[in-house]
Design a protein around this ligand. Structure first.
Ligand code: SF4
Length: 285
């Protein structure tokens, strides 16, 4: 299960950004091929239960459901809508429905599973999640010391964004790093500063009293730049509900004192009811 060239292409000057060439859809490389029985299978011990493969499989053969990890079946196990193959050709991916509910064991297990991934796999997970929810994203080529922006891309409204991916303790540094990223995108690629959306992709929101929110507010007050925040849990929620993110218009994904709740931005009614894990939509109490 691999991405094709068109998915890894960025339009305009940003196509020169040195990107990770990996075509893997599965960030954990958990999908293998059984050459004897000619079927794909998932190595449960490697699978993090993200649901990316469920979303991509054109035959609806992979499911998550109430399981902790994905599994491959020969019939459509979850009744999701798939495009029918025409003239014996490989069908296009065209899914609707729901991969799993946000109270599934795989959702609760995400923080531990993501923390266990190495940096390269974590970055691949984020890139593929951004892609699947409708953002044309490219993550930095590993080992490229001339570039420190973690990811760049375009929303569906064709506004460029820069992203910092901070899964661990680096969250507090993320807004400051975004300032540098915006400067680089402006000076090297020619995009106007006020046309760039800076985005932090984090695992969980810091405590509500954290300096993180103050720095974001200061940056907006002094420089007029609105730093956005989205969590891996929020991206997974969008993926599991087969929803798409058009962009970062208005107040979307801008967090501040008293207004920290991503469930309000996702357009998913049910998302309010079940946070996939503490800190995914709002600071954990
Ligand atoms: S659920 Fe995610 S980690 Fe598991 S096999 Fe599918 S893509 Fe890989």
């Amino acid at each position: 299960m691999e991405k094709d060239d068109s998915e890894l292409t960025l339009f305009g000057a940003l196509d020169a950004f040195p990107g990770d060439p990996s075509r893997d859809v599965c960030p954990a490389r958990a999908i293998r091929w059984d050459g004897e029985n000619l079927v794909a299978f998932v190595v449960a011990g490697d699978c993090i239960g993200c649901g990316l493969c469920v979303s991509r499989c054109p035959y609806g053969a992979i499911s998550l459901g109430d399981e902790l990890t994905a599994k491959v079946e020969t019939a459509d196990p979850d009744g999701m809508v798939v495009a029918g193959p025409a003239n014996g050709e490989h069908p296009q991916v065209n899914r609707g429905g729901q991969i799993a509910t946000l109270d599934a064991p795989a959702a609760a297990n995400l923080p531990a599973a993501v923390m266990a991934l190495d940096d390269a796999r974590t970055t691949l997970l984020v890139r593929n999640l951004l892609n699947e929810v409708g953002l044309n994203a490219r993550t930095r080529r590993r080992g490229d010391t001339n570039m420190r922006i973690d990811a760049v891309g375009f929303s569906r409204s064709e506004r460029p964004f820069v992203a910092e991916i901070e899964i661990g303790a680096g969250v507090l540094e993320s807004p400051r790093a975004l300032l540098e990223d915006v400067a680089v995108l402006h000076s090297r690629y020619g995009y106007a500063v006020d046309a760039i959306d800076p985005l932090s992709v984090i695992l969980s929101f810091p405590n509500g009293r954290s300096e993180y929110y103050q720095v974001i507010r200061d940056i907006e007050k002094v420089l007029g730049l609105r730093c956005r925040t989205i969590t891996v849990g929020a991206l997974v929620a969008l993926l599991w509900y087969c929803a798409r993110l058009d962009g970062f218009d208005g107040d979307s994904f801008t967090v501040g004192e008293g207004t920290i709740d991503l469930a309000d931005c996702l357009g998913l009614d049910e998302a309010k009811l079940a946070e996939p894990y503490p800190g995914a939509f709002r600071p954990a109490k």
